[in-house]
Design a protein around this ligand. Structure first.
Ligand SMILES: Cc1ncc(COP(=O)(O)O)c(C=O)c1O
Length: 385
């Protein structure tokens, strides 16, 4: 994963910290841009995956839009160069202040998640004498076959609008002068590695489009969300997800009407593999049946394993000794502060450097100060000589 000068650089820094391989990020962006351009697809980067300004400014330099879920994400994306007319804004709980900010910023589109939200956007847009572009975030009832905490598109879910609410929404829209329905939006979950799930999504979108067509409505934009997964088990074998087949699948299975444009909101697949959390072993402690490698990084730096039992590949960068099994844990006063159980690592000792791989998405951005810990800093490959 790293050469000796990078290792020496790591060794000279205070741990833990995030390390970003900017060449890998750039190569991922090149691949996405090339594959999406074949079909004129629009890509909005899901800011929630990683909002580090250096990461954002590189991503926006490729011309992608931003997918935001809060007012502060809208602000951060604008500050880092994303064009406001490429910002989409989702979220089940948009506050009045956030809606005002989005309207004042003239974002491209609100992805609306409920009838009460649509009514509030209408009211605020009216008070500002503006017209809000909206898309309906529809709950397609497609199971993403991923962890239940990151499944968002099944019927009993807080996200999105269910089909039995369509009639009521159309009647609100018919009366409104301040709402402009421009799209249908879908997002069924995250870390989806089985492409057939996206095929099911396309089939469902086609059915939903037929319903709208029967009601004389053809929207200009179909937003299929994000969710494309990465290879957490073998990051070096698949550093860049297979964007070619991913985009081709939508081309094959999504039935578009004339002049409809397709949008994607990719997060994890763009930034997941470029980041690693680098930490140091504080202690190796003998348990009853196991050995614990206790790191100076914990769930406050990378929450995913504690939050949804996520797997991350763990590597010892300092040792070439024969392998042994360790429970790799952090220093936080919670039993869930564990990065992996029975992890095979070369014999590990105090001060060894440990890399927790594939941590570029939903890593740094979820950091907290719980236990009053300092938030980890970040370093970038293109700054290391
Ligand atoms: C509405 C929406 N779009 C896009 C994404 C990005 O998903 P991913 O990082 O899996 O591509 C999310 C993630 O939760 C989301 O909620």
């Amino acid at each position: 994963m790293i050469n000796s000068s990078t290792y020496n650089y790591f060794n000279s820094q205070e741990t833990p910290f995030y390390y970003y391989d900017m060449e890998l990020l750039e190569n991922s962006l090149i691949s996405i841009k090339k594959e999406a351009a074949q079909y004129n697809y629009h890509v909005h980067y899901a800011i929630k995956a990683n909002a580090n300004p250096r990461i954002l400014s590189l991503i926006q330099s490729y011309g992608f839009g931003a997918d935001c879920v809060s007012g502060n994400e809208i602000k951060r994306s604008i500050e880092n160069g994303f064009s406001t007319d490429k910002i989409v804004y989702a979220g089940v709980g948009k506050s009045d202040r956030e809606i005002e900010l989005a309207l004042d910023s003239d974002i491209f589109c609100f992805n609306c998640e409920s009838i009460p939200e649509i009514e509030v956007i209408e009211e605020i847009a009216k008070s500002k004498n503006k017209v809000a572009n909206i898309a309906l975030r529809i709950n397609p009832n497609v199971n993403a076959n991923t962890h239940h905490y990151i499944t968002t598109g099944i019927a009993e879910n807080k996200f999105g609008i269910n089909p039995w609410e369509f009639e009521e929404i159309l009647s609100i829209l018919r009366k409104s002068k301040n709402l402009n329905l421009i799209g249908l939006h879908f997002h069924i979950g995250s870390q989806i590695v089985d492409l057939s799930v996206f095929k099911s999504l396309c089939i469902r979108i086609n059915e939903i489009q037929d319903w709208f067509l029967d009601h004389q409505i053809i929207v200009d934009h179909i937003n299929v969300g994000g969710g494309f997964g990465i290879n957490y088990h073998q990051p070096d074998e698949e550093p860049i997800p297979d964007f070619k087949n991913y985009f081709a699948l939508f081309k094959e299975f999504l039935n578009l009407k004339a002049n409809q444009e397709v949008h994607f909101e990719l997060g994890r697949s763009i930034v997941g593999q470029c980041g690693s959390l680098i930490s140091r072993v504080l202690y190796v402690k003998k348990g009853i049946n196991t050995k614990f490698a206790i790191l100076d990084a914990g769930m406050t730096d990378l929450l995913r394993p504690a939050l949804y039992q996520a797997f991350h590949k763990i590597e010892n960068l300092s040792s070439n000794e024969s392998p042994e099994n360790y429970d790799v844990v952090g220093p936080i006063c919670e039993s869930s502060d564990c990065f992996g159980k029975a992890v095979s690592l070369p014999e590990t000792k105090r001060n060894d450097l440990i890399a927790i791989r594939s941590a570029g998405a939903y890593g740094e951005v979820m950091a907290s100060e719980y236990n009053l810990r300092k938030v980890a800093t970040s370093f970038f490959s293109n700054d290391i000589k």
